[in-house]
Design a protein around this ligand. Structure first.
Ligand SMILES: N[C@@H](CCC(=O)N[C@@H](CS)C(=O)NCC(=O)O)C(=O)O
Length: 207
């Protein structure tokens, strides 16, 4: 039995959501290069090996599990709290409606009719992602954070996914109130070292 969590991940990937949650929780973890690693039969990151040795995959499930496992840190509304339903709704939405499109966007080849179709497919996916962010923006009432005044794993999830294509400029256009929240999470001093090491910000990264 290992005493630490092992995150199978990669720079600027969805594993950084898990790394951010573990950083705020203060749980010991190490990162292994995970892309194409057979530990996840889907060959995707993130994958998380728990201290018990059990494997977890699926970013939303991992984040929900971590928040529930360390309730004192307050990274999720607890069962019975008024915002619990919205929290679960949007965690599932971000995973199912948005994150699930990136394996195609990143490597459109298998789903595109031919090489010439790849650019159009990417553009359609970007349109769909922006539309999903807009739907979420219209349905939530953020405070300092997406669900009110406490940081939750939903904020970490949206902050990182909104850095990906179609990038932040588009995100800010379709989701201005969520834009204020993610900028606030970008600036969280507890995460500054993680962002510097694990998320590649090049000039103009936000679009
Ligand atoms: N449903 C998965 C999606 C994970 C995913 O798409 N990860 C990307 C990296 S951000 C990946 O590993 N892509 C490689 C591939 O799908 O082959 C989750 O939520 O964890």
């Amino acid at each position: 039995m290992t005493q630490e969590f092992v995150v199978f991940g990669g720079q600027s990937t969805g594993s950084v959501c898990v790394e951010a949650a573990l950083t705020i929780i203060g749980a010991p973890y190490r990162v292994e290069a995970g892309e194409n690693h057979p530990i996840n039969p889907m060959r995707q990151v993130p994958a998380l090996v728990l201290p018990s040795g059990e494997l977890m995959t699926e970013s939303a499930a991992i984040l929900i599990w971590l928040a529930d496992e360390f309730p004192g840190v307050g990274l999720a509304p607890r069962i019975g709290e008024p915002s619990r339903a919205a929290y679960l709704r949007w965690m599932a939405f971000v995973s199912a409606a948005i994150y699930s499109l990136y394996w195609i966007r990143d490597e459109p080849g298998p789903m595109a009719a031919d090489n010439a179709h790849e650019g159009a497919l990417r553009a359609r996916i970007d349109h769909r992602i922006a539309a999903c962010w807009e739907i979420m923006e219209k349905q939530i009432s953020p405070g300092r954070y997406l669900l009110g005044d406490s940081l939750t794993v939903l904020d970490l999830y949206v902050t990182i996914l909104s850095r990906w294509e179609p990038h932040r400029r588009r995100f800010y256009e379709v989701a201005p109130r969520m834009g204020d929240v993610v900028r606030h999470v970008d600036d969280d001093p507890r995460l500054a070292a993680l962002w510097a090491e694990r998320f590649l910000f090049s000039p103009g990264w936000d679009g």
